[in-house]
Each structure stands twice: as structure tokens, then as C-alpha cells.
Design a protein around this ligand. Sequence first.
Ligand SMILES: NC(=O)c1ccc[n+]([C@@H]2O[C@H](COP(=O)([O-])OP(=O)(O)OC[C@H]3O[C@@H](n4cnc5c(N)ncnc54)[C@H](OP(=O)(O)O)[C@@H]3O)[C@@H](O)[C@H]2O)c1
Length: 259
Amino acid sequence: MMKALNPPITTWTGKRVWLIGASSGIGAALAESLLTAGASVVLSARRAEQLTTIAAPHSTAYVVPFDVTETEAWPLALAQVLEHLGHIDLVVLGAARYDPTHSWTIDLEQAEKSFDLNVVSVYRGLSVIVPHLLEQGCGGVSLIASISGYTGLPRALIYGATKAALQNLCETLYFELAPKGLAVYLINPGFVQTPMTSGNDFPMPGLLTPQQAAQAIMRGFERGHFEIRFPKAFSFTLRLISMLPDRLRFALLHQTTGM
Ligand SMILES: NC(=O)c1ccc[n+]([C@@H]2O[C@H](COP(=O)([O-])OP(=O)(O)OC[C@H]3O[C@@H](n4cnc5c(N)ncnc54)[C@H](OP(=O)(O)O)[C@@H]3O)[C@@H](O)[C@H]2O)c1
């Protein structure tokens, strides 16, 4: 059997996790799963009230609300996280927005805001987190991208491009940080029923609940995968389609998306 790309996480008991984008959807469900499994978790996002409600039943949950688009907020947030946890085993960067956009309805303000939140804020976070993890000499960082980053898709003119950027960025992170002893995970979800997708007016194949998504993410960490993608069949199919010759790929996507 081939060795896992990251060290498998064999127990969550005592693991210290910083979860960014934890106030709803996948992040909130992942927080619940990690806390139930025995981890200590700092929950971050802008909405402090939601974070506090999720954290309330758990003695090992802490709340550090902040806006990830504010560069100066990151070092302060890291300092608060360290006050709570003392050490960081894993950071999950999941804050994002999705503005459905076609090629003929480009809104520049949305494009700027999406890239600023979905991509630039990841760099903001990495610029403070990576030096800290390197100084610790251990720990891991995971980015939540999307299977929509595999190939151009209708309505995903902005969102898909931000997620493709994260996929590329995460590969470079793995190349550079794995040899230095850090774990790097690329999380590529398919459709998950969350506030982000609640306005979608088209069929969402393989739609998962946030709890199912959280379980898939936990399994990926436990197995030491680099890419954690789900649901299996739909994500594999889209990955396969993305590797087909252009003519075939576009024809298949036109046919399957009806666009
Ligand atoms: N749902 C899907 O089908 C799907 C598919 C593929 C990938 N994903 C990815 O999965 C991740 C979670 O998405 P979700 O579906 O769970 O959506 P969601 O429920 O809308 O969660 C988005 C999270 O990002 C946080 N956030 C947004 N702007 C922020 C800011 N400026 N500063 C700090 N936090 C901010 C939100 O919290 P506040 O509003 O409280 O700040 C919220 O916790 C995202 O990266 C998304 O792109 C989702």
C-alpha cells in the first residue's frame, strides 16, 4: 500500500484545531464533529452570536470572531487562538462567498470581493499561520476549495476561478511545506446544502448534508489524504471530465448542465 501524503490523524482527542468559517454550513458541522470527537476547537467567522451558540455546549470550544478580509485582524486573531489552545495542530480555512455569475453579467465589485475573500484572505491567513507552524515544527493547514475549480462551469465565472486558484496554491503549499514537516490538505467539496447553495435554482447532483460533508472531511484527515474530495462518485466523474480532450469535455458539460 502507498504511504499517505500527510500523517494520518489517528485520534482527535486533545487535537487543537482553528476553524475559520465556522458560523454556518460545512464549517459549523465540522466544528460539531471535531468537538464531539474530542478535539479543542477555536471557531472563527464574523458572526459572534452564531459562533457562541455552536460553542456553548462544549467545554473545549472557544470563539474568536473576526473578519478575514482585514489584514491587521489576522495577527490579533492568531494571538487569541494561541491564548486558548497554546499550540495549533490544524487550521481549516473555509471562509468564502459565492456569487452566481455568467459571462454576460460580470459585476466587478462582486469579482473583487470574491477574490479578496476567497483567495487574498487565504494569503492573509497563510502569511501569519505558516511562519507559526514552521516555528512549532509541526501542524497542518487545509484550504476549502471546491470541485468547481476542476473545470469551467456555467454560473461559476468568478467562484470557480477563485477555487481553481486555491487548488493550485494548495499544491505549491504541499510541495514546499510537506518536506518541512507540515501537513497540507486540499478539501474539494461537491454540492452541500448550506446557506451558500440555498439560492441555487438548478439540480445539484450528489447533494450532501453539512454533517455528511463534515464526516467526509474528518475521514480524509484521518487517512492522511492530500486531496479530500466528496461525494465520491460525483467528484470523481467531474475530475475525469476535466481531464478529457477539450471537444469531448465541453460537449459533455453542455449536455449534463443543459447550458
Ligand atoms: N456548499 C457547497 O455546496 C460548497 C461546495 C464546494 C465548496 N464549498 C466551500 O465550503 C466552504 C464553506 O461553505 P458553506 O457552503 O458552508 O457556506 P456558508 O454556510 O455560507 O459558510 C461560509 C462561512 O464563511 C464565513 N465568512 C464569510 N465571509 C467572511 C469574512 N469576511 N470573515 C470571516 N468569515 C467569513 C461565514 O461566516 P460569517 O458570515 O459569520 O462571517 C461562514 O461561516 C466555502 O469555502 C465554500 O466555498 C461549499
